[in-house]
Design a protein around this ligand. Structure first.
Ligand code: GLN
Ligand code: ZN
Length: 769
């Protein structure tokens, strides 16, 4: 393929960059500040240094325009809250006393005041702080930070573009403040918010910004006509301002759909659209509205959410098509590079050949620059890059890692029957009752017991070679003995081994499955100073040997009560990893499911009668657009059933999900065909139980009666009251008694007291039946 060069040179840019620094310097400085070891000035200096390093690096890589204002001490939505002056009443005093401390108080809370609520940023694993708004909210502009960061970048001689969360997305992400009616719609504040944006835009213009980017990812979700109308009004209003920079409205994470014509018509100078595979519909939609004559189009063509090398020729061909559809086409990643790690070239543990398949933020920046160059000067100008890219793609496509014939043959041979239990739920449940002999209202836990400092240091000692495997295993076994003895003494009915050996519920399995890679420095921000290092699901998945059986059977050897086997489900294994992009997710899920199926079978063979397969991510991976959900739920539930479908009727399959709002997926939960489900419910006073009942959910369920997110110990009468409430919705034959989630983040003292109270509550309520 050859591309003739574009009329105007294409510019290369990004919307945002990892904030943490090559060695997570930002995390260390912020946490040091919290502990009083780092002064505010030192923290600010570290932050400024990281910003400068990032900008320099981006400019040296050949980026024509760098983003500013994408940096954050905690979260960019919280920064927007500060920018528009929407500080919650309870935090005002702290913010006025000290801006930085007040900011962290909003993020994390203090002894006296609760923080803002945190929730997922669209369907990523990044979490933002939810703005709290109400009819009395007064917005005031505070552009100081945005202006200062723009000035920093300009002082380096760079062409810089401030990036802000757009007003419509900001309001759509907000919730009614405490005390405000639940049906209050933050979007109704739009007319009050726009003047504040106008002021910030004027300040940025005065500070030298030619362009400002307004991020509106909320417009890639299904939106009502009223919401689309609000978007139209917002950009009519901002577009009509005279004292303003040029406006680039950015969307990402999916197609714009009905919002595309709205934005195309708006009097703004540019749009940024996602053109990666999952948003490919943007291309036709753009053609259908007649393109963007007179506007700048920023094409998000390099996937900002995965870690794979781009197919440069394919991207160039898309970019070539776009050339005819806008005045000027620039090149970017599909979204901020915040969601990928910094630099794949530092992954020295990964074979160089395989490392070349990976592209983290730095490599993606290079790809963007290369594509802009190809678009501007023709393919000849990037011949060397194209040929290297072809070789990398070929090496990945032809690798035995990505193509294991045995795995492929097995996945291809899967039949519908493999994903079905041999008996319907009603019959199996009778068999399980007979086999397990549990009392009414059986008590259990979700799997993990406290991850103590000793356990973590045992793992660290093993890693650094201070102790050998036998010594490590002995320490884990000692922990299992303690956990089993405690559960027996307390009188729990279905025991667990406690998951002491697991660093993380996904990583533990990823490390043992063939086809997964681990990274050394692949950190991405989950929230605030919390970073995670998702494993890379790079190839065909197989299980060389059992992963959990020895721990579960050891635990079972210590007791006559049933010990529940504990696995992470296929959907969660995908959701919390970087997944391959060279085959459909459904295919990858099926491979993982088959590997887990073998583990389930081995557990059963070894005498495990109860096996829990956790799927906390089932709902969070739900596609942003409603019309894509059915297909997702079909393969997701099939993967779960494939994992669990091969067991005997009298083996009881549990699943666990950690959320309280699942009304929209109750049917899918039923489709899992699990025998028992445990869910979060303590905080919402068993709302979950009522919802399950309302949907006619026919199986056993354990709505949590102990909120494990807090160190607070629930009293036994309080737990009993929750159980009685649960019994109003779920009959005693189908109600389980358990905490909301695993206990790994809790300490032993509160765990002990809480579980004792939980068992006492079950006994009390049993006697009332
Ligand atoms: N079995 C896991 C645990 O108990 C479940 C964790 C989760 O749902 N996130 O820790
Ligand atoms: Zn959970």
């Amino acid at each position: 393929m050859t591309i003739k060069s574009a009329d105007a040179a294409a510019r290369a840019t990004v919307y945002g960059y990892p904030r943490q620094g090559p060695d997570r310097e930002l995390k260390k400085a912020i946490e040091g500040y919290w502990k009083g070891r780092v002064t505010a000035d030192a923290l600010k200096a570290t932050a400024a240094g990281l910003r400068t390093d990032n900008w320099r690096q981006l400019a040296e890589a050949g980026l024509h325009e760098v983003p500013t204002g994408d940096f954050s001490y905690y979260d960019h939505v919280l920064d927007t809250t500060v920018m528009v002056g929407a500080i919650p009443e309870r935090h005002r005093a702290a913010v006025e006393a000290d801006a930085l401390d007040g900011y962290f108080a909003m993020a994390r809370g203090t002894q006296e005041v609760a923080p803002l609520e945190m929730t997922k940023w669209f369907d990523t694993n990044y979490h933002y702080l939810v703005p709290e708004l109400g009819p009395d909210t007064v917005f005031t502009a505070d552009s100081a930070r945005q202006v200062a960061e723009l000035a920093e970048a300009r002082a380096l001689g760079l062409s810089a573009r401030p990036v802000l969360v757009g007003p419509v997305t900001y309001l759509l992400l907000a919730k009614p403040a405490p005390g405000v009616a639940a049906d209050f719609e933050p979007l109704s504040l739009l007319d009050r918010l726009l003047p504040v944006y106008a002021e910030v835009l004027a300040d940025l213009r005065a500070a030298g910004a030619e362009w400002v980017q307004l991020d509106e990812p909320a417009l890639v979700q299904d939106r009502t006509p009223g919401e689309l109308d609000a978007a139209a009004r917002a950009y009519q209003g901002l577009g009509a301002l005279t004292e303003r920079p040029k406006l680039l409205v950015a969307s990402y994470f999916d197609r714009l759909g009905d919002a595309l014509p709205v934005l195309a018509k708006a009097p703004v100078e540019g749009l940024a659209l996602d053109f990666t595979e999952s948003a490919a519909a943007n291309l036709d939609a753009l053609a259908a509205v007649g393109g963007l004559p007179g506007k700048r189009l920023v094409a998000g063509i390099v996937n900002g959410r995965n870690i794979w090398v781009n197919d440069l020729e394919k991207s160039l061909s898309t970019l070539g098509t776009l050339l005819g559809l806008a005045d000027r086409v620039d090149v970017s990643a599909s979204c901020s590079l915040l969601h990928v790690p910094l630099d794949a070239s530092t992954e020295h543990d990964i074979e160089p050949q395989i490392r070349r398949w990976l592209a983290f933020a730095r490599q993606k920046t290079d790809e963007i620059v290369t594509l802009a160059k190809g678009l501007s000067h023709g393919t000849d100008a990037i011949a060397a890059e194209l040929s290297a890219n072809r070789a990398d793609l070929a090496s990945r496509a032809d690798s035995p890692i990505t193509h294991d014939p045995a795995v492929r043959a097995r996945a291809a041979a899967v039949t519908d029957a493999d994903a079905r239990r041999s008996q319907p739920y009603a019959e199996r449940s009778a068999a399980q009752r007979a086999h397990l002999g549990l009392p009414l209202l059986p008590t259990t836990t979700i799997g993990s017991f406290p991850q103590t400092g000793e356990l973590r240091s045992a793992r660290a000692d093993l890693r650094t070679g201070r102790i050998g495997t036998p010594e490590y295993e002995e320490r884990i076994k000692a922990e299992i003995r303690e956990v089993i003895a405690f559960q027996e003494k307390t009188g729990l009915d279905v025991l667990v081994h406690g998951e002491a050996e697991r660093n993380d519920m996904v990583q533990y399995f990823a490390e043992q499955l063939t086809g997964y890679l681990a990274t050394r420095h692949g950190w991405v921000q989950s929230y605030g100073t919390r970073y995670v290092r998702p494993p890379v699901l790079a190839g065909d998945i197989s299980r060389p040997e059992p992963m959990t059986v020895r721990w579960t059977t050891y635990a079972q050897s210590l007791t006559d009560r049933p010990v529940k086997g504990m696995l992470t489900g296929p959907v969660t294994m995908l959701a919390w990893s970087f997944v391959r992009d060279d085959q459909p997710l459904a295919e990858t899920a099926r491979q993982v499911a088959l590997a887990l199926r073998d583990e389930v079978e081995d557990l059963e063979t070894a005498g495990t009668s109860v096996i829990q397969v956790d799927e906390p991510a089932l709902r969070e991976t739900l596609p942003l657009r409603a019309d894509e959900r059915e297909a997702y739920l079909a393969w997701a539930t099939e993967a779960f059933r494939l994992t669990t479908g091969g067991v005997r009727p009298d083996t009881q399959i549990h699943t666990h999900m950690c959320y309280a709002e699942f009304g929209d997926i109750v049917r899918a939960i039923d489709d899992l065909d699990a025998d028992v489900i445990s869910l979060e419910a303590a905080r919402s006073h068993m709302q979950v139980a009522r919802e399950l009942a309302a949907h006619g959910y026919p199986r056993e369920a354990g709505p949590g009666v102990y909120d494990i997110h807090s160190p607070r110990v629930p009293g036994s009468e309080e737990a009993a009251e929750l159980l009685r409430t649960g019994l109003e919705a779920i009959p005693a034959e189908r109600l389980w008694v358990n905490p909301d989630c695993g206990l790994k983040t809790r300490g032993w003292p509160e765990t002990r007291a809480s579980l004792e109270n939980l068992v006492a509550a079950a006994r009390t309520v049993r006697e009332e039946l």
